[in-house]
Design a protein around this ligand. Structure first.
Ligand SMILES: Nc1nc2c(c(=O)[nH]1)N[C@H]1C(S)=C(S)[C@@H](COP(=O)(O)OP(=O)(O)OC[C@H]3O[C@@H](n4cnc5c(N)ncnc54)[C@H](O)[C@@H]3O)O[C@H]1N2
Ligand code: MOO
Length: 420
């Protein structure tokens, strides 16, 4: 089992990376550090709409606005953003727009509001400008990033700011780690996918629409994982084994080696104590362990490997699946591939009393309200402890942790909360 779990770790970390276009790189993990190929800003430019001029160092700050010394300049040709300006002649000041390149000979900008008159006169006219320090309102070349420096480190989970930075540096593609490929298998004779013709007129008696496939697929996709979705497996062990065999077949790699078509198998349902537990009946006795952990929801769990591919089996109740994902799989994905970002963990004041079963680490779904000007962060439960409460899950923005051994909590107690 350990060997199987070590597989994707090594494979991902040794992965040379895949080049993707910039717009598709958000949510992926950068494979190699990105060095800045240019300075940012690439040239000194104005931070304000104003006048570019040559300022001499001031040795004392003027005490009041009225005491500021002004100088009259001849207005030079205006410098819009996007143009290469002519050098500034001595005694002149050039109207310059925000982001426009500073002309040679200028080292400071006076905002137009501070000019007399506070407008842009025509070239050749006069303008009176207050004394200013060299460098005022100038964004120096390389003041954000110097050419050759590390712009984004390898292993970074790329967010919007990283994509924006890469674009500003002129990158059209980025080298990202390959995504983990996860086979997601939903089981159960009662489960129909929305749109199934059998539910054309009405949901047949005893049947339900799938929640787990949609829920876990969305969670996995948001975690930067490539999800391979299998058709829903009926409660027949041979059907599950046939399906798994189809997906664990090896695919050839360019270097002559081979690897399974998926890195991880995740199943939902069919692992507890019933008479028709398809996952348990198919895999018990092979390299999968079926255990009960002191967690609620999410007590029944299965872990191991199938024909060398890591395997994890979540319980069928939708909230149990989500809690299992958050506690066991999400952190493992972060450790393996760098994505997703860990959930923020905070302490919050419980808004009301809660009880919890003895000997179980309970996870309740909650609505968290961050600290206000005069109030501490607080959390209140939404729904109840049962693991079928999908409506409440959809209202929640947090998981409330009640440690094993704690059976009662008073209003005002401090609890650990994971922000979803
Ligand atoms: N005698 C016992 N019964 C149960 C135990 C136990 O320890 N002893 N554990 C309970 C707990 S806790 C859980 S959680 C569930 C786990 O059961 P399974 O993993 O075997 O899951 P199923 O029985 O297949 O389904 C449970 C529940 O979830 C619904 N389900 C299944 N798939 C979906 C889906 N794709 N979308 C929406 N809902 C789904 C299913 O209809 C059941 O209601 O076992 C308890 N029983
Ligand atoms: O552990 Mo089950 O996961 O409570 O509903």
């Amino acid at each position: 089992m350990a060997k199987a779990w070590n597989g994707p770790d090594g494979a991902l970390k040794n992965d040379a990376g895949t080049r993707v276009v910039l717009t598709e790189a958000v949510g992926r993990v950068l494979a190699a550090e990105l060095l800045a190929p240019i300075d940012l800003p690439p040239f000194a430019n104005s931070q304000m709409d104003g006048f570019a001029l040559a300022a001499k160092p001031l040795y004392s700050q003027p005490k009041t606005v009225d005491s500021v010394k002004s100088t009259t300049f001849v207005v030079a040709a205006s410098i819009p953003a996007g143009t290469a300006p002519a050098p500034l002649a001595p005694g002149t000041a050039a109207p310059i727009m925000t982001g426009a390149m500073m002309p040679d000979g200028a080292n400071a900008v006076v905002p137009v509001e501070a000019a007399l008159p506070a407008v842009f006169p025509e070239a050749g006219e006069a303008v009176s400008l207050p004394e200013t320090q060299p460098g005022a309102f100038v964004r120096a070349q390389g003041s954000d990033l110097v050419r050759g420096s590390v712009a984004i480190t390898a292993g970074t989970l790329l967010n919007a700011a990283h994509i924006g930075l890469a674009s500003a540096l002129g990158a059209t593609t980025l080298l990202v780690r390959r995504q983990l490929r996860v086979l997601l298998v939903t089981t159960g004779d009662e489960v129909l996918l929305p749109g199934d013709p059998r539910a054309g007129d009405a949901l047949p008696a005893g049947k339900i629409f799938d929640a787990n496939m949609a829920l876990l697929r969305a969670n996995l996709m948001q975690s930067g994982v490539e999800v391979v979705v299998a058709p829903i497996v009926r409660d027949e062990p041979h059907a599950l084994l046939e399906l798994l065999d189809h997906y664990v077949i090896k695919e050839a790699l360019p270097d002559g080696a081979s690897r399974a078509a998926v890195d991880l198998i995740v199943t939902t349902g069919g692992i507890s104590a019933g008479a028709y537990e398809v996952v348990k009946q198919a895999l018990d006795g092979l390299e999968v362990e079926f255990v009960s952990v002191a967690l609620q929801p999410g007590g029944p769990q299965a872990l191991g490997s199938y024909k060398g591919v890591p395997f994890i089996g979540f319980p069928g109740n939708p909230v149990s699946g989500v809690v299992s994902f958050e506690l066991f799989l999400r952190p493992a994905l972060t450790a393996l591939s760098g994505a997703p970002a860990p959930r923020p963990r905070v302490l919050a004041t419980l808004a009301h009393a809660l009880t919890s079963p003895d000997g179980k680490h309970q996870i309740r779904r909650g609505v968290y309200t961050g600290p206000g000007f005069e109030s501490a962060a607080s959390v209140r439960e939404v729904g109840g402890p049962s693991s079928h409460l999908l409506g409440a899950l959809a209202q929640a923005n947090a998981l409330i942790h009640i440690p094993a051994g704690v059976t009662e909590l008073q209003a005002g107690a401090k609890v650990e909360v994971w922000l979803l």
